[in-house]
Design a protein around this ligand. Structure first.
Ligand code: ADP
Ligand code: MG
Length: 286
């Protein structure tokens, strides 16, 4: 297949009339992709946006974190990406108003081989969702911890990619490989893909290393790094086991104090970069 053909992949719907699709990607596991996906999705829904989260990780942590039990995962992102189900049939509503999810199943772990045999295998997710997400303002795609075909599919379907980066010693390791992959996708498969930004996660203000890592990452990526950092916070870690995003979980557990502290940072991170997303209400200024 020639590159010219790939580049000519038509846009079925004008950009203004469909959702912004954001992939959350980093081939490292445990850096906060899923946590960011769940909480950013919830934050956006909380300020009035219609949000769809697509769980593209066979581990299904986003599905679990939003309280979608396994029996409710009848039709999943596996069937969606293989073209065996329409988007509408794969979407499950959540307890959060305006937030829906396409859950993942473990079948997705074997999808790599099945995808590899398909024609235009990098475009399968794009084809399955791009012209069908008009009902949403944002679609977030939670990628697996790998630069495999699933992640490539997410990058090809997306308008932008958000890279969560954990504030730890090896934070920058592997990042150049991710950036090269993004650039390759931009060149050959999806010229409109934008680097939304790098989001520093699990920042610990009591730890000098966190500051060093943050300074290092900002040195490399400058304005591409969100000003807002997500602090390390036990409530963020606990929330998924309750099947709730931390915005809701913390609100319910903290003696009715107003939502404060770390959770709104998910909003702030997006808001500073894209104030227009938050036009309906500026709820979450810290
Ligand atoms: P990924 O999707 O990149 O693998 P996760 O979002 O699942 O990463 O996060 C990895 C682990 O770290 C999870 O147990 C999660 O609950 C925890 N975690 C994520 N963000 C935070 C945070 N800001 N504070 C404390 N724990 C966090
Ligand atoms: Mg994850």
């Amino acid at each position: 297949m020639s590159l010219a053909r790939l580049e000519a992949e038509p846009r079925a719907v004008p950009a203004a009339r469909r959702a912004r699709i954001i992939a959350l990607a980093n081939q490292k596991g445990g850096v906060g992709k899923t946590t960011t996906a769940i909480n950013l999705a919830t934050a956006l829904a909380a300020v009035g946006h219609r949000v769809l989260l697509i769980d593209l990780d066979p581990q299904g942590n986003a599905s679990t974190g939003l309280g979608v039990e396994r029996p409710a995962r009848a039709v999943t992102s596996y069937e969606l990406i293989l073209g065996e189900a329409e988007l509408d049939h794969a979407v499950v509503s959540t307890d959060i108003p305006r937030l829906a999810i396409v859950p993942a199943s473990q079948d997705l772990a074997g999808a790599e081989l099945e995808l590899a045999a398909r024609e235009r295998r990098e475009f399968l997710l794009s084809r399955a969702i791009r012209s069908r997400v008009r009902d949403y303002d944002e679609v977030l795609v939670d990628c697996p911890p790998s630069l495999n075909l699933l992640t490539i599919n997410a990058l090809v379907a997306a308008d932008s990619v958000l890279v969560p980066l954990q504030c730890e010693f090896y934070a920058l390791e592997g990042l150049s490989q991710l950036i090269r992959t993004i650039e390759r996708v931009q060149r050959a498969l999806n010229p409109r893909l934008d680097l939304q930004g790098v989001l520093l996660t699990m920042y610990d203000q009591r730890n000098n290393l966190s500051d060093q890592v943050a300074a290092d990452v900002r040195g490399h990526f400058g304005a591409r790094v969100f000003d807002t950092m997500i602090p390390r916070n036990v409530r963020i870690a606990e929330a998924p086991s309750h099947g709730k995003p931390v915005l809701i979980y913390d609100h319910g557990c903290a003696g009715r104090r107003p939502i404060s502290g770390s959770p709104p940072r998910y909003c702030a991170a997006a808001e500073r970069r894209h104030p227009q997303w938050f036009r309906p209400a500026g709820l979450h200024n810290e």
